[in-house]
Design a protein around this ligand. Sequence first.
Ligand code: NDP
Ligand code: OXD
Length: 308
Amino acid sequence: MIKVQFAARPERWTTYAPALKSAFEQAGLEVDLRRDHPPCEVGYVVYAPNSELQDFTPYTACKAVLSLWAGVEKIVGNTTLTQPLCRMVDPGLTAGMVEWVTGHVLRYHLDIDRSLATQDRWEPVVPPLAQERPVTILGLGALGAACASSLSRLGFPVTGWSRSPKDIAGIRCEHGDDGLVRALSRAQIVVLLLPDTPATENTLNRASLALLPQGARIINPGRGPLIDDDALLAALKTGQIAHATLDVFRIEPLAAEHPYWAHPNVTVTPHIAAETRALTAAQMIAQNIQRGEAGQPFVNQVDRQLGY
Ligand code: NDP
Ligand code: OXD
């Protein structure tokens, strides 16, 4: 019997326990799933970084920590966590992100705000076609690549930027410092789907924001530290950036007095772009436990040096 510890916020148990049990059964795994195993007996931890479990030292038999979150910046530096750490790649979460990003790109592209603001007059302004609206996605991982492909299918010319070179059908792929300059120079809409690591902090700063065409729009469902907030506020003031939609922040919840809340050209959403979906996520967890039990390498294992 494999002992699996569920270590997430208690209110998540009722959603995740049935989904995990059913996924384990379907995968042919004999699992005892609990929240209160003696730590030294636990084989795998299903983990949310906001759970009470922060000291992994007593988990001496643990073969892997399987995160329910895609972003691992809160745990990747935990020195007590010496086991393999896997992040969440979940088809449900990916579908949610594609829908959220597509919706916000289309809001900007079609200038839906203008239609809402001109309900008292007949003032036709025909939007351009998607093919005339270049979009750049920073980050071409599980989420960025899915969003890029989806937007490309709608007709947007999509450029993506990543750390290592990529070849994705229909996407102009850039990497490295020069690649970032090219990717930003042509973007009318920028979507950030990078992880929060030392290398990605302030990817959008005063200098890189200045590379964007005047009036560009920014959509950030990645992480707050990817943007230098003061630089963004300054760029919004000059009109260099016309509008920003921000789902993630350096400190969450976003403080009531933060200038983003009242800014006429900023939309704040409360970290809801995409949530891990229990049914599909449970299958990914089961698959990784199956691999661990078969002695195969885990999928979506975090590179501790790179931090994602
Ligand atoms: P992945 O790890 O699959 O992809 C990360 C991408 O970022 C990769 O393409 C990677 O490049 C690129 N990257 C990393 N470091 C750099 C760098 N220094 N320079 C250039 N590119 C870099 O992550 P996901 O796509 O699954 O998720 C992305 C992020 O989305 C998560 O880390 C999380 O912060 C956020 N998120 C937000 C949610 C929300 O609700 N707001 C929900 C879920 C996730 P390479 O391909 O070369 O490795
Ligand atoms: C995640 C998130 O990282 O919800 O999964 O932001």
